[in-house]
Design a protein around this ligand. Structure first.
Ligand code: FES
Length: 580
């Protein structure tokens, strides 16, 4: 796309006209206070007003480049004849926010939605990057009927120490184990800290941020190629400018989210998720976005699509490369093109064209990083959905990142009541545990966490790590970071804190995991489970004030997207608009 002329507006009566047109005192004050910024009167001649919604924050280092990105978006909006107005929204910095950014995803989504409704925007460009900022933005947009386009910050440069590839945040987990077991020195550990995140951008492996950027692109909410361009590559700024240009066209075309977020778009996003070996967190976000968009996506859809979709992106933590390499190899357009018939062409993206059409001439430029379908990294998708008496509403496992020897496993449960119990006991030399044990973490789900923190990759007990044990079966109602790995069963639903069977597991119970058969079974009789259920009491006292009290009262379970029930569906901004 390389238009240089302003978009010829089609005379549509823009929503912003209700703020800016006419002689009323409301219209005069709307104009006057914007003119205090030096905007000329010509900005109110009926051109579209575009909100540039920015999640930049010092506390979200992955989004720090978005100030620059915003300027380039605004350049594109002006070039197309629009009027850009930038505003900040809540930002969610993965490494600093406790207990988890997931606790605040819905709050950010509400803020984005309410800003779109309350301000005179005819279209919006959403700037995101770090893990939960992209779903937070998309959830807000999907709840409205205002055209929107997403621009992400892009992955950071690959992490490297000397000539050693560190593997980004995935490598940090491994370095931590090496440091705790004495395999690397304190000096090496400190140097790695300085090498692991060495530029602007979000985590540079196929963690949750990269995965959600790919989901956004596959849904059709970004310009083609957005997901993988490194944050510091000038092509990201060029894409930002083109996104600003395109949103003005989208306003005039009436290309609203409802036309983009169709069932085909969600199926394509799930296919892309599986093909890149993406983060399990995306399952929760995609489910929540679909519920806002009125599309019924269930855990069974993820498993069905996973079974038919090979993993072809050889990117950490499933593969060996980093996102920078993935970009050089062709990025998501090359993946989409290679997936061929697995992508539904009956969809439309922000360009107005279908996803396969946009990727028709894309090429794989490095067949080791993006594998041909004939030589995939793994024959079926990276994520499996499990069922069984331990998870009546499902659980997930990123089996592409699991140990082959544990894909079918039976072992004795070692139960931790919550995160604090885990921290207190897991490394105790006296803990009754061996390599065949199954580590179980309770009370870490949406209500129990609260916010379903990324505690699902339970640490290997130190005494076993020192013996060379690198993986064990681990089960929880928590999530895990997209950069994590291991045989970790996650998102057990219903969660322990609301009475799910996970909360009934006791030390010594036998548990069987069978990934091929998609089953997770607690080998305890129904009668005994009924007795335990009689005795069960919630272990977590419900918070009584603030956002957290609202959260635990309204959050739904993992298999429903962990959204607030009262936010399902979308409503028109016209229906719910304050009349200026
Ligand atoms: Fe922001 Fe990893 S910490 S994406």
């Amino acid at each position: 796309m390389s238009q240089v002329e302003p978009v010829p507006h089609n005379g549509r009566n823009h929503r912003s006209a209700k703020w800016f047109q006419g002689d009323s005192i409301n219209a005069a004050s709307s104009r006057a206070w914007l003119r205090s910024q030096g905007h000329s009167a010509s900005m109110f001649d009926g051109r579209p007003t575009i909100g540039v919604i920015n999640s930049w924050a010092d506390t979200t280092p992955c989004n720090m480049s978005l100030r620059d990105v915003a300027e380039h978006v605004k350049r594109g909006v002006r070039r197309a004849g629009g009027f850009p107005l930038e505003l900040p929204v809540m930002s969610l910095g993965e490494t600093l926010m406790k207990p988890t950014t997931m606790l605040y995803r819905n709050l950010m989504a509400m803020e984005v939605e309410e800003c779109i409704r309350a301000y005179p925007f005819d279209g919006v460009v959403l700037l995101s990057g770090c893990d939960k900022t992209t779903p937070g933005m998309i959830l807000g947009l999907a709840s409205t009927d205002v055209p929107g386009i997403v621009v992400t910050s892009g992955p950071m440069l690959r992490s490297i120490r000397g000539t050693q590839e560190l593997g980004g945040s995935s490598g940090l987990w491994k370095a931590d184990t090496a440091h705790r077991t004495g395999a690397i020195t304190g000096r090496a550990w400190r140097e790695i800290e300085g090498c692991i995140a060495r530029s602007a951008g979000h985590c540079g492996v196929m963690g949750s941020a990269s995965t959600m950027a790919i989901v956004a692109e596959a849904l059709g909410l970004t310009l083609p190629g957005n997901a993988a361009i490194p944050a510091v590559d000038s092509r990201r700024l060029a894409l930002a400018e083109e996104s600003g240009y395109r949103i003005v066209q989208m306003v005039d075309e009436g290309l609203v989210p409802e036309r983009i977020l169709t069932r085909a778009a969600f199926e394509n996003a799930i296919t892309a998720l599986m093909a890149v070996g993406g983060s399990t967190n995306a399952i929760i976000h995609i489910t929540a976005i679909a519920r806002r968009a009125g599309v019924d996506i269930t855990p069974a859809d993820f498993d069905r699509i996973s079974r038919r979709t090979p993993v072809i992106a050889n990117v950490l933590p499933v593969g060996t490369h980093q996102m920078e390499d993935f970009f050089y190899a062709g990025g998501l357009p090359a993946v989409i093109h290679e997936l061929g018939d697995l992508i539904d062409p009956d969809c439309v993206t922000v360009t107005g064209r279908s996803l396969p059409d946009e990727c028709a001439d894309a090429e794989i430029l490095d067949p080791d990083t993006i594998r041909p379908l004939a030589d995939p990294l793994q024959a079926d998708g990276g994520i499996a959905v499990l069922r069984g008496n331990l998870c009546p509403d499902g659980a997930v496992i990123k089996h592409a990142a699991a140990s082959p020897g544990l894909r079918r496993h039976r072992g004795r449960a070692v139960v931790f009541r919550d995160k604090y119990d885990l921290e207190a006991r897991v490394h105790d030399p006296a803990l009754d545990v061996d390599a065949s044990s199954v580590l179980v973490l309770q009370n870490s789900g949406p209500v129990g966490g609260p916010g379903m923190p990324e505690w699902g990759m339970l640490p290997i007990p130190l005494k076993l790590a020192k013996q060379g044990v690198v993986d064990m079966v681990r089960i929880s109602d928590a999530r895990m970071s997209g950069t994590s790995f291991g045989t970790c069963v996650l998102h057990v639903s219903p969660e322990a804190a609301v009475g799910g069977p996970l909360g009934l597991v006791e030390d010594g119970d036998e548990i069987e995991l069978d990934i091929a058969n998609r089953s997770l079974t607690l080998l305890v009789s129904d009668e005994e489970l009924a007795r335990r259920r009689e005795r069960w009491r919630p272990a977590v006292a419900a918070p009584q004030r603030g956002f957290t009290s609202l959260y635990v009262r309204h959050v739904e379970q993992a298999h429903e997207g962990a959204d607030f029930g009262f936010l399902a569906g979308r409503t028109s901004v016209s229906e719910q608009m304050y009349q200026p």
